[in-house]
Design a protein around this ligand. Sequence first.
Ligand code: SAH
Length: 239
Amino acid sequence: MKELIEGARQLGIDLNARRVQQFELYYQKLIEWNEKINLTTIIGYQEAQVKHFLDSISVISALTKEEMYKADFSIIDIGTGAGFPGLPLKILLAEPRLVLVDSTAKKVAFLRCVTRELGLDNVEIVCGRAEEIAHLPLYRQRFDLALSRAVASLPVLAELALPFCRIGGKFVAQKKGEVEQEMKKAVKAIETLGGKLGQVKRIELEGLSDGRYLVIIDKIYPTPEKYPRRPGVPGRRPI
Ligand code: SAH
């Protein structure tokens, strides 16, 4: 895990031996399951360390120290797939409540297995569509931090993620490429959903200097009841 350890150091994190071991095991399980079900195309040992693990933990650049170590900090990862970015972040921070959401049952089976193997507490895995889960009282406006990587465009993501954030919480979207344009298109959706565009941070880490950004959206007002709309509608007709 040399690449990951070095990258984490650049982020100001010292990974201890237990965490390195957990990442090692995570990688093994990812490769093992990837032979049976389609989890990722990034399977090389070094590539996975950088493009999955390091890229996931780079999200901490969007958090203040206070947030990171707040008691009862809660995180939801929407469309987490094989656990990115939620699980690496959980390995790192250990304490927070983490909810992983994905609509694909096979991926959810992997997530249950890997979370158990890694010995992670306080992780809940929910199989379903974000559009529906966001209306359940247990999840609606309950989270300090909503995350999502490689799931949809920003206007669509705003509708899927902001309903989960409590007021004062935030949504951090990991984005690559033409971020400015995407942000312009998302302004209306963000406002409609009770958000406010905050900072945009560029990630500059070895192996991740291909134009990666964290788009931070603060939740400042409640999300109107009607959002998110029915499954598939946010994607077909973005606000
Ligand atoms: N975040 C992961 C996976 C990205 S692939 C990564 O960066 O590697 C997108 C994932 O989102 C898929 O696993 C898909 O099942 C899930 N997904 C897409 N739309 C969703 C929705 N509306 N609700 C829940 N999961 C969704």
